[in-house]
Write a protein that binds this ligand. Structure first.
Ligand code: EPU
Length: 304
């Protein structure tokens, strides 16, 4: 459903004191790694936490919806997103405190991994090839076979709809495979507990992770990471591959020839094409192997 004039007026009002960047009608295809997605009513890139807090409170007061965009394990539909999409790409500060790293949620996962390496701190090697932000990674408990973010978290700071930030210790948060249950609000900061290790050993583990990824995953083409979670006792990639679906297309969306649990954008694919392909894959695996595959990617927004 399209927004009426009143909704847009409320959005403008909520954003009037923004210091950071504001863009109206911004195509989300410019901000998602899959390169699909229609326009957001407004995109806001806060300058700092104070800027974010003020606009969160103003949006709450005006009754305007906010959506936080990590952008990598995400499919935004072709009709885009109503309300304000907030991107934390200017919140990237990272600081060492003893053997922890205290980082703002907008830092990219590979950059954070690199910062840990430079400090001679081990525990984030697995993150070096995972696209996306720290906040997005915590929200979905991103990881690889070598580890996941929940393993190294000490605390997560979450800002609520009134703009108040509260630090939550790891012991009060629940994480599962590619899933978290967190208090309502947006992740703005996290502290990771790491272990000192010689940098050359850290580097070796990072290089191995990157080499494996390059060998097995279609990193040259726009994609949204793994589409499905691995069902218990199965590999989603292998199941899809065994059904002979590699290379299958729906318009410009294609099941990767390299790794069957990836969909790649071969040109100007639409979200509808990607979602159609996802439905098809799911049905074929269910019919052929009797396995229900759960989505790993998040799907948001409205149909065109
Ligand atoms: N396989 C196939 N055909 C394929 C793809 C894979 O037969 O097209 C087989 C492989 O040969 C292997 C098995 O399936 O025996 C598992 O494949 P892989 O080692 O590539 O790992 P994965 O389980 O598919 C997981 C994570 C990845 C992560 C890699 C490496 C999930 C859903 N995926 O993939 O994470 O990068 O391990 O650690 O848990 C992501 O979450 O977005 C993601 C890409």
């Amino acid at each position: 459903m399209k927004n009426g004039r009143d909704d847009l007026d409320r959005i403008r009002e909520a954003l009037q004191d923004a210091r950071g960047e504001v863009r109206f009608g911004e195509p989300m295809s410019r901000h998602t790694s899959m390169r699909v997605g229609g326009p957001a009513d407004a995109l806001f890139v806060p300058d700092d936490l104070e800027d974010l807090s003020r606009i969160m409170a103003a949006a709450g007061k005006a009754g305007v919806g906010v959506f936080f965009l990590g952008g990598s394990n995400l499919i935004v539909k072709d009709g885009g997103i109503r309300g304000v999409v907030i991107k934390l790409s200017r919140l990237q500060k990272v600081e060492r405190q003893a053997d922890t790293l205290n980082a703002e949620a907008g830092i990219s996962f590979p950059r954070l991994s690199q910062a840990a390496y430079e400090q001679g701190l081990s525990g984030l090697e697995f993150a070096c090839g995972i696209p996306g932000t720290l906040g997005g990674a915590i929200a979905m408990n991103a990881g690889t076979r070598d580890g996941e973010i929940a393993d190294v978290l000490h605390s997560v700071t979450i800002m609520d709809r009134l703009g108040n930030a509260v630090e939550h210790p790891r012991s009060q948060l629940t994480f599962e495979y590619r899933k978290s249950r967190l208090p309502e609000g947006v992740i703005v900061r996290a502290i990771m507990q790491l272990k000192p290790d010689p940098p050359e050993r850290i580097r070796r583990r990072m290089d191995e992770a990157i080499t494996y990824r390059r060998r097995t995953q279609p990193l040259q083409l726009p994609n949204a990471g793994c589409i499905f979670k691995n069902p218990p006792g199965h590999s989603a990639g292998r199941l899809i591959d065994e059904m002979g679906l590699k290379g299958t297309r729906s318009g410009n969306a294609q099941v990767s020839e390299k790794h069957a649990n990836f969909i790649v954008n071969r040109g100007s694919a639409t979200a509808a094409e990607v979602l159609h392909l996802i439905q098809d894959i799911r049905r074929r695996v269910k019919e052929g192997r009797g396995v229900d595959m759960e989505l790993e990617v998040t799907v948001v927004g409205e149909d065109a």
